[in-house]
Design a protein around this ligand. Structure first.
Ligand SMILES: [Zn+2]
Length: 349
C-alpha cells in the first residue's frame, strides 16, 4: 500500500442548500466555495432525489460543467428543480489543482469498499446519507484520457439500470471490477450508472451530459426505467485489465533507448474495436515483463491474452479493449486499459 499520510483525513461537508456562487465559480476556484468533499442538497418538487457525483477524479470536469449549466438553466436554488438532487462533489483539493488526485491521497473512486484508507470514513458517511435519502437513481460522472466513445457503465443487468445507461449511449459496459468504485456501492441502493463522457472540457460532452441530466430530472420514473427497443445492442463485459508493472518505462511510437516498453502509436484507436488475434500492441526490451493482465478474480491471466515473442507483444485472442490511454501518469496510477467481450443478456421467456 502506498503511504497516505501527507493529508489530514478529509471531512465531509454538508450543505442543506446550493452554496452561493457554485454556479459560476471556475473549477480552479472551487475551494473558495467548498472547503473539501461536499454533499449538497438541492431542492426540487416532492419526490425521491436524483443522486449525482462529480469530481471524484479532480481533472474530470465535464460533470461539474454540466451541473453548473443545468442548475443555472433551472435558476436553482431560487426555483425548485423538477426533482431534488443530492450532489456529491468529491476531490475538491485535486480539482482545484487540475489533477486526478493529489500525491498521498487515495483515489476517490477506489474508497467505496473496504477500510484501508482514511478516505474510507468519508465514503461511509456519504453512503449513510445516500441510503437515508433513498434516491431514485444514481449517476457518477467521469471523463477518460483516451480516445473512447461516450458510454455508460453498469454493475447490474436489471432493466432499470440498463435503461438508465442506454439513455446516455448505445455503448454500454458491464463491469464488476474494480469493486471499490462508488457506482457498485450505489447499485445496492438504487439503479446506478457511471458515465464516461469523453475527454474533459469538451463542449459537446458537456452538452450531452446536460441533456441527459435534464431527462433524468424531468422524465417520470416509469419512462426513465423503461428500456428502449434494441437497448442491448452494444453491451460489453469487462473481463480483465492490463497493467504496466511498476518501474517499467513506457513510450509510444518508435522505440528509443529510454523505454523498456514501446506501445503502438495508435493504441487509443483500438478502444471499442474488435482487435483480432495476432495483433501487435508494441515492443519491449530484453527480459522485462512488459504487461500484466489481471482478471476479475485478481488472477494473472497474461498468458491467456498475450504472447511475448522476439520483443514483440502479440494478442493471442480476439479482444475488445477500452480506456487504452497514452497518458503515462494515468497508466502508472491506474492501468493501461481494459479487455472486454461482447455480452448478451439472456432473458427467461
Ligand atoms: Zn474518473
Amino acid at each position: 500500500m502506498e503511504p497516505l499520510n501527507d493529508y489530514p483525513v478529509p471531512a465531509l461537508h454538508r450543505f442543506e442548500r446550493l452554496p452561493d456562487g457554485f454556479i459560476d465559480t471556475p473549477v480552479e476556484r472551487l475551494g473558495k466555495i467548498l472547503p473539501g468533499p461536499s454533499l449538497i442538497r438541492i431542492e426540487g418538487e416532492p419526490g425521491p432525489p436524483l443522486f449525482v457525483s462529480i469530481l471524484l477524479h479532480g481533472n474530470e470536469t465535464t460533470g461539474f460543467d454540466a451541473m453548473q449549466r443545468i442548475l443555472a438553466g433551472y435558476d436553482a436554488p431560487r426555483r425548485l428543480l423538477p426533482r431534488p438532487v443530492l450532489l456529491f462533489v468529491g476531490n475538491v483539493a485535486a480539482a482545484v489543482r487540475g489533477v486526478r488526485k493529489l500525491d498521498g491521497q487515495a483515489d476517490y473512486n477506489r474508497i467505496w469498499h473496504d477500510e484501508r484508507y482514511p478516505e474510507h470514513r468519508l465514503a461511509r458517511e456519504v453512503m449513510a446519507e445516500v441510503a437515508k435519502a433513498a434516491p431514485l437513481a444514481a449517476i457518477d460522472l467521469h471523463n477518460n484520457t483516451g480516445k473512447n466513445p461516450h458510454y455508460g457503465c453498469v454493475n447490474r443487468l436489471d432493466d432499470a439500470t440498463l435503461s438508465l445507461a442506454r439513455r446516455f449511449s448505445r455503448t454500454m459496459v458491464w463491469f464488476t471490477q474494480p469493486q471499490e468504485v462508488i457506482s457498485i456501492a450505489l447499485s445496492r441502493i438504487c439503479p446506478s450508472v457511471t458515465l464516461e463522457c469523453g475527454v474533459s472540457g469538451n463542449a459537446a460532452g458537456t452538452s450531452h451530459v446536460e441533456n441527459y441530466l435534464r431527462h433524468c430530472l424531468e422524465l417520470s420514473a416509469e419512462a426513465l426505467f423503461t428500456p428502449p427497443p434494441n437497448h442491448l445492442s452494444d453491451l460489453f463485459h469487462t473481463t480483465a485489465r492490463i497493467i504496466v508493472p511498476e518501474g517499467v518505462r513506457v513510450e509510444f511510437g518508435a522505440s528509443s533507448d529510454n523505454a523498456d516498453l514501446c506501445l503502438r502509436e495508435d493504441l487509443e484507436c483500438l478502444n471499442f474495436e474488435r482487435v483480432p488475434e495476432g495483433a501487435e500492441l508494441g515492443s519491449y526490451r530484453g527480459s522485462v515483463t512488459p504487461l500484466v493482465v489481471i482478471d476479475n478474480e485478481e488472477r494473472d491471466v497474461t498468458s491467456r491474452y498475450l504472447r511475448f515473442s522476439e520483443e514483440r507483444i502479440i494478442t493471442k485472442l480476439p479482444i475488445v479493449p477500452s480506456m487504452f490511454t497514452r497518458d503515462v501518469r494515468v497508466i502508472m496510477q491506474d492501468c493501461l486499459g481494459y479487455i472486454m467481450e461482447p455480452y448478451e443478456v439472456k432473458r427467461e421467456v
